[in-house]
Design a protein around this ligand. Structure first.
Ligand code: B4P
Length: 193
């Protein structure tokens, strides 16, 4: 099994690159953002509760997303590996993920961390907001709140995985194709090892 985390601030290209990576490597894509948006679309109690946080640019409580990921892992017993996109976003989520994978006899192989300047992040998200219908992408205040949440709570997740020497920083500015090739090189090197 090959499990990787695509890490980075909102708008750094995680969702964009995940789509390509899962198709090249046959991994199961687990995006907590997508899972939460599908709960919202289904108007489930979980979705209604999550929406109030997401609309303010805040993180949804840990227990909600950990439970979602735990079920997703259980529901995909035959996966070759998982690509975690937008998860973990706190140290508590990282510890829970390590434990869940450990129970399945596997672990995270690598954390690929996309680095993008704040000006570029805001530009990309506002641009996506023009067409995505995502309410959290249309308002600059909400975008700033998401970036602040990232700096306050999520950036530390890289420190957690640095302890195990699993973090590789990737410049996340350039064309989508250029960044994809760099990500693939890092993955291929590990798959060949
Ligand atoms: P997510 O759905 O994870 O959204 P995101 O981080 O904003 O998007 P992403 O980083 O994937 O977007 P991408 O760059 O691909 O989270 C949304 C919300 O859900 C969070 O704010 C939070 O409330 C909640 N949530 C999710 N997971 C959670 C968790 N684990 N714990 C608690 N709460 C959680 O795309 C951005 C734009 O950039 C696109 O328009 C794309 O086309 C463009 N782009 C990408 N690459 C580019 C490039 N190289 N050049 C130019 N543009 C590019």
């Amino acid at each position: 099994m090959f499990n990787l985390i695509l890490f980075g601030p909102p708008g750094s290209g995680k969702g964009t690159q995940s789509e390509r990576l899962i198709s090249r490597y046959g991994l199961k894509h687990l995006s907590t953002g997508d899972l939460l948006r599908s709960e919202i679309a289904g108007q489930t109690p979980l979705g209604l509760a999550a929406r109030s946080y997401m609309d303010k640019g805040q993180l949804v409580p840990d227990e909600v997303v950990i439970e979602m990921i735990s079920s997703a892992l259980d529901n995909n017993p035959k996966a070759n590996g998982f690509l975690f996109d937008g998860f973990p976003r706190t140290n508590a989520q990282a510890e829970a993920l390590d434990k869940l994978l450990n129970q399945k006899g596997t672990e995270i192989a690598v954390v690929l961390a996309l680095q993008v300047t704040q000006t570029e992040l805001v530009k990309r998200l506002l641009n996506r907001g023009l067409t995505s219908g995502r309410s959290d992408d249309t308002n600059e205040e909400i975008i700033s709140a998401r970036i602040t949440e990232y700096e306050k709570k999520t950036a530390a997740v890289a420190e957690h995985y640095k302890k195990y020497d699993k973090v590789v920083y990737i410049v996340g500015e350039g064309t989508v194709d250029e960044i994809f090739e760099i990500l693939c090189k890092e993955i291929d090197r590990r798959l060949a090892a």
